[in-house]
Design a protein around this ligand. Structure first.
Ligand SMILES: [Fe+2]
Ligand SMILES: [Fe+2]
Length: 379
């Protein structure tokens, strides 16, 4: 053990190691981010940076390092000095942060006005060097993270770290609140519809599985499918028939075939569903409700959309919904086996269903069968 180590408490040593690692890994003169320059950090960005200072003053990182809150530390030039493990976990897959400017990594997630205010806070000392706001952060591989963001000083006089930027992840909180509202709507619609609760759960599972296959195996052909799309379709597919809440019971529960007029009323459930889901923040909810009965050849309803005019999410849910309807026993039809259901659907390739998606369905159809069996209705 060296003389220097004997003088320093153990917990401080751990932090020193972390800072030394950063020092070794990064040339602090290296960042040349355009955004850093654009917001006025200019060529004096290294001014006042004493490479020895972080080591001396880093003990103040300590309480934040074990914090549950994702925290990163920036200097007065908004350059990231260190991040804590919670921050590394939240932004996994992001480029290395230490040594880069905060806005070169996160700038695209903030409004221009917020960027200006944060700069005024840190450089100009506005509001006691403090700022509070919100943002939504995402990359292609990760679902959107909604966070509150807090900027505040940390031992300004002595510390080259100077500012803490703390993220409070409220994604799950917001998502649960939102979904709870729409789930109660779904529960209400289930009181009327004679489809089972397990039907809508299975449609969620099939739709999510098909979207995952498109993302992982064919991602370049479906750039709109990302982690958010998969998460959303896995919840919103179950809402496809929520508009039936507005369909009269005598039509919904009629034993025999429907008359033309009754069909006209029945078809309205698509538009009613879109209306009910119009307050849902993601347009996918509306698209699924409105277009899950459209057909690839233009022979569906309510608007006879054809081909790729039909939103992708609705084309996926259409396959999931029809597969499950074929497998289920209903008062007017027997349950079909998996093989018969698949061959019927493959015969409708390019007429009812998107010819490409139905091929992907065919490839993974054994998994549809598994989902059906695991989540079977209680007869
Ligand atoms: Fe429907
Ligand atoms: Fe359905």
């Amino acid at each position: 053990m060296t003389d220097r180590e004997t003088e320093i408490p153990v917990e401080e040593l751990e932090v020193l190691e972390l800072v030394e690692e950063i020092d070794e890994a990064e040339d602090f003169s290296a960042p040349t981010g355009l955004l850093g320059k654009a917001i006025g950090l200019g060529d004096d960005r290294n001014a006042g940076m004493d490479p020895e200072q972080p080591k001396r003053l880093s003990a103040s990182f300590n309480p934040f390092m074990s914090s549950l809150f994702p925290v990163l530390f920036v200097d007065r030039q908004l350059r990231i000095i260190a991040i804590n493990p919670a921050c590394a976990k939240l932004f996994v897959g992001f480029p290395r942060m230490e040594g880069n400017y905060f806005f070169d990594i996160f700038g695209r997630f903030f409004q221009v006005e917020d960027i200006r205010r944060i700069r005024e806070t840190i450089v100009g000392g506005k509001n006691g060097y403090s700022w509070k706001g919100e943002t939504r952060i995402k990359s292609h591989d990760m679902a959107t993270v909604q966070t509150r963001v807090y900027v505040f000083p940390a031992e300004i006089a002595k510390n080259p770290v100077e500012f803490v930027i703390m993220f409070d992840d409220v994604t799950e909180e917001n998502r649960q609140l939102l979904r709870a509202v729409f789930l109660s709507l779904l529960e209400a619609s289930k009181l009327k519809d004679n489809d089972t609760g397990k039907h809508i759960t299975r449609v969620n599972y099939y739709s999510k599985r098909l979207a995952e296959e498109l993302f992982y195996s064919l991602g370049t052909q479906y750039p709109n499918i990302d982690a958010d799309f998969i998460d959303n379709i896995g919840f919103l597919a179950s809402m496809h028939d929520v508009g039936k809440i507005g369909t009269p019971d005598d039509i919904l529960n009629k034993e025999g075939p429907l008359s033309d007029w009754e069909w006209t009323v029945m078809r309205e459930h698509t538009k009613n569903g879109a209306f009910i889901l119009s307050t849902y923040p993601n347009p996918m909810a509306k698209e699924i409700a409105l277009s899950h009965h459209e057909r690839w050849d233009g022979g569906g309803y309510p608007f006879q959309l054809e081909g790729e005019m039909i939103p992708l999410a609705a084309r996926i849910v259409s396959i999931a919904d029809v597969y499950d309807a074929l497998r289920m026993r209903r008062s007017y039809k027997p349950a079909l086996s998996h093989d018969v259901a698949v061959s019927k659907m493959m015969a409708d390739r390019g007429t009812h269903f998107d010819p490409f998606l139905i091929e992907v369905f065919n490839i993974i159809s054994d998994e549809f069968d598994k989902i059906y069996k695991v989540n079977r209705d209680n007869e």
